[in-house]
Design a protein around this ligand. Structure first.
Ligand SMILES: C[S@@+](CC[C@H](N)C(=O)[O-])C[C@H]1O[C@@H](n2cnc3c(N)ncnc32)[C@H](O)[C@@H]1O
Length: 258
């Protein structure tokens, strides 16, 4: 897959960073020493960690060079490293592993969540937020558009492109037996979007990438126009002309035994 586009991703930075704030607000740590931001992206989530824990050694890990470049410009004092969350190993046991909107891109959650939890220092915290929107019109319509023969030939079976999210109870079960404390919740945001095109731009930076990237330029434009027509119908204009993009997100904060 082509690299991420930090500029397009950051276009909705306030909306994307709100869950990062809300996740961090529930982290029950006063002064951690070692803090890691997994899937740090352009550094927006890392910046919150640095502000909350100014004395900690904060590092950011991502597998996108473009995102890391953007993060380094934003926070020159922080160490950002290229790494794959799927096999990442810390050099010192972290007191906080924080992953906002990142682990949904990493397969194998049954093994991944216990593995990350076991990497923590005693009393350490794993804090995760993931979109839980694969059944929302925004994502259902990506698959429906892709299923049309002219796109399916290149995109293939669109349903295999994303690993389905587990129910929140499954994430709870993966962590609870070794945890001193687990806090799990859902929030459904209602993002106020200017137009159907703005909704398309939102997902074009994230969930739409695996669908549009295999397509050539002309077919991609055709796919985007078709998808936007469907989005326009699924998210009608409200009384002020805006669209409300319902966006469910899943949060889990688990603390290891001291
Ligand atoms: C949606 S962005 C989240 C960025 C930021 N944490 C935030 O709160 O907005 C997801 C990030 O996860 C990174 N990512 C996806 N899969 C990854 C993997 N296997 N290893 C490391 N980073 C990964 C992407 O490159 C991207 O920067």
């Amino acid at each position: 897959m082509a690299d991420w586009n930090p500029a397009l991703y950051s276009r909705f930075e306030d909306e994307r960073t709100r869950p990062a704030h809300e996740l961090l607000a529930r982290v029950p740590l006063a002064s951690p020493n070692v803090v890691v931001d997994l899937g740090c992206g352009p550094g927006n989530s890392t910046e919150l960690l640095v502000q909350r824990f100014p004395d900690a050694r904060v590092t950011g890990i991502d597998n996108s060079e473009a995102m890391l470049e953007s993060a380094r410009k934003r926070l020159p004092g922080v160490a950002f490293s290229l790494g794959d969350i799927g096999n990442w190993q810390p050099d010192a046991a972290p007191d906080l592993i924080y992953a906002n909107a990142a682990l949904q891109w990493v397969p194998g959650h049954e093994a991944l969540f216990p593995r990350l939890f076991a990497l923590l220092a005693p009393g350490g915290v794993l804090a995760v937020q993931m979109p839980d929107n694969l059944d929302e019109p925004s994502h259902r319509l990506m698959r429906e558009t892709a299923a049309q023969p002219r796109f399916a030939e290149t995109i293939g079976d669109a349903s295999r492109l994303r690993e389905p999210r587990k129910p929140i109870t499954a994430y709870y079960d993966l962590l609870a037996k070794d945890a001193a404390q687990v806090d799990a919740w859902h929030t459904v945001y209602q993002h106020r979007m200017d137009s159907a095109g703005a909704i398309v731009d939102w997902v074009r930076a994230t969930g739409l990438r695996p669908f549009t990237e295999p397509l050539g330029e002309a077919l991609r434009a055709d796919y985007l126009a078709d998808y936007e027509r469907r989005i326009d119908a699924a998210y009608p204009a409200r009384t002020d002309g805006r669209r409300l993009l319902a966006f469910p997100r899943l949060f889990i904060v688990a603390r290891r035994q001291p």
